[in-house]
Design a protein around this ligand. Structure first.
Ligand SMILES: NC(=O)c1ccc[n+]([C@@H]2O[C@H](COP(=O)([O-])OP(=O)(O)OC[C@H]3O[C@@H](n4cnc5c(N)ncnc54)[C@H](OP(=O)(O)O)[C@@H]3O)[C@@H](O)[C@H]2O)c1
Length: 462
């Protein structure tokens, strides 16, 4: 067999967890030989502080602290962007580097969902203007090949809905709470010790990281151009171990942090939120730092039917992310003529969908309340919900130990004697988010309410 391989020169922006893993594959593991036909070579690596980087010792001239030496490098055909940011304004500079690379005629592969979510429009305009190429498989669900599947493999499917577990930190924390009864704080601490959560975990636990990924998924599947801040976003910080008891014992369910984009007529509903997922559903079984995307396709016409697909795998970490990056690099290196340009679902006909207003998103909901134990409360709550046109489906109440009440009081910062507090759950029949918000605002103002009601969607049978 001929050993002649096509040479591909790469410029690398970033030498952190991901950038270094890309170098490991090329310098060490695969020695640049990929797929039997390619010989990858890194011609320049940018990092803020090159000194002391793993591969800098043996290849000092490869490293630079000037990113322009990478994007302007005459030999580099493909620029891999694997930069991290501390403050959002730094993304502006990353966007400029991507656009400069495109202007220089280079193809770009990025792992940086934040820059694409925030500056997607400008970046895709530059791709079109300079007739360039951009790939971003590594941005969503790490090593799981979901973007390519949505863009190409599902060309014959009509996307109906996408549900994803795309944040390993949240999934790890919730899995530990659900499986091992840990408190939120203990599960978070453990995630940090194992390297699954940052010292400041708020971008993950508050849903901002998942929001950026949902923006990319919704662009690819539905042609939506969304911006951070436009979507209904709930984090996991208020979930308590007790919620898992109600979910399991009363609802035969568990709680998962999901991203969702679902077509409803001509609009697309989206959210990032904890969701009550039935124990029997495949997504309920996705534990730990694993990521998964559940895609529901539809076929209209005479042979109408729905098909469900599940993608799952390692969602983060240098190795899996580098695998996704190098997959994109190979695709570009092989010159995939005719591959779709831009994130729009260009391979589908029809006008792009519009984002449904948050207030109009409809669903059934889980509502956990913590009240001062006295008569008449449930009646008042049901009446208030009824006035807002919302039907109560079930009321769930469990006996709680002294320790459970104390833990709840502590995490909800309730000053009352823990023995006098009463947690319980109400499930609501289908209603609009706007209706529920309004009714809960009234209920929250009642003197018997001790903590802000926690509420989130219940899985809709798909
Ligand atoms: N880690 C994962 O599992 C994962 C998975 C999927 C996608 N991603 C994405 O991949 C990208 C890189 O992630 P990572 O985990 O490798 O991050 P990281 O370990 O923090 O490395 C970030 C790199 O960017 C450089 N950098 C940081 N702040 C910068 C700034 N303000 N200006 C210029 N350069 C800066 C760093 O330079 P120094 O080395 O000199 O500090 C480093 O080379 C991010 O966009 C991330 O969202 C990461």
């Amino acid at each position: 067999m001929s050993e002649k391989r096509k040479k591909v020169a790469i410029g690398l922006l970033g030498s952190g967890t991901v950038g270094e893993a890309v170098q490991d594959f090329i310098f060490d593991g695969l020695k640049g030989k990929i797929g039997g036909d390619l010989q990858l070579e890194i011609v320049k690596v940018y990092t803020r502080r090159p000194k002391g980087k793993k591969w800098q010792r043996s290849r000092p001239s490869l490293f630079t602290a000037n990113p322009r030496e990478v994007v302007d490098h005459p030999k580099a055909e493909i620029i891999v962007e694997a930069l991290g940011f501390q403050q959002e304004r730094q993304l502006d500079g990353f966007k400029d580097l991507i656009i400069r690379a495109l202007k220089n005629g280079k193809a770009v592969v990025t792992a940086d969902k934040a820059v694409l979510a925030k500056y997607g429009k400008e970046i895709w305009e530059a791709v079109a203007k300079y007739r360039g190429e951009l790939r971003f498989e590594a941005c969503v669900a790490g090593g799981v090949p979901i973007i390519r599947s949505l863009r190409e493999s599902f060309a014959a499917e009509e996307p109906e809905a996408i549900y994803g577990i795309v944040n390993g930190t949240c999934n790890y924390i919730l899995s530990e709470m659900g499986r091992n009864g840990k408190s939120y704080e203990a599960a978070l601490r453990e995630a940090q010790q194992r390297g699954y959560a940052e010292a400041n975990p708020s971008a993950d636990t508050g849903g901002r990281d998942a929001e950026a990924k949902l923006i990319l998924l919704a662009a690819v599947a539905f042609g939506l151009h969304l911006k951070p801040g436009q979507l209904w976003r709930n984090g996991i910080e208020e979930i308590h171990a007790l919620d898992f008891l109600y979910a399991a014992q009363k609802g035969r369910s568990t709680i998962k942090q999901l991203v969702m984009a679902r077509r409803e007529n001509r609009s697309v509903e989206t959210y990032i939120s904890p969701v009550l997922v039935p124990e029997g559903h495949v997504l309920a079984a996705i534990d730990g730092a694993t990521n998964a995307v559940f895609f529901k396709g539809k076929r209209s016409g005479e042979a109408a039917r729905d098909w469900n697909y599940l993608f799952a795998g390692p969602g983060a970490g240098g190795g899996p992310t580098a695998v996704a990056i190098l997959g994109d690099v190979c695709e570009l290196a092989r010159g995939r003529g005719g591959a779709p340009r831009g994130p729009l679902n260009l391979f589908r006909s029809g006008s792009p969908a519009v984002l449904a207003k948050t207030e109009r998103i409809r669903g059934s909901f889980y509502v956990r309340l913590v009240v001062k134990d006295r008569a008449g409360i449930v009646g008042d709550i049901c009446q208030t919900l009824g006035k807002a046109g919302i039907n109560v489906s079930e009321i769930w109440q469990l006996d709680h130990s002294r320790e459970e009440r104390e833990a709840l009081a502590l995490s909800c910062r309730i000053k009352e004697n823990p023995q006098t507090i009463l947690p319980f759950v109400i499930t609501l029949e289908r209603a609009a988010v706007g209706q529920v918000k309004k009714a809960l605002k009234v209920i929250e103002g009642r003197s018997y309410i001790l903590a802000k009601p926690l509420w989130f969607p219940i899985w809709r049978n798909e």
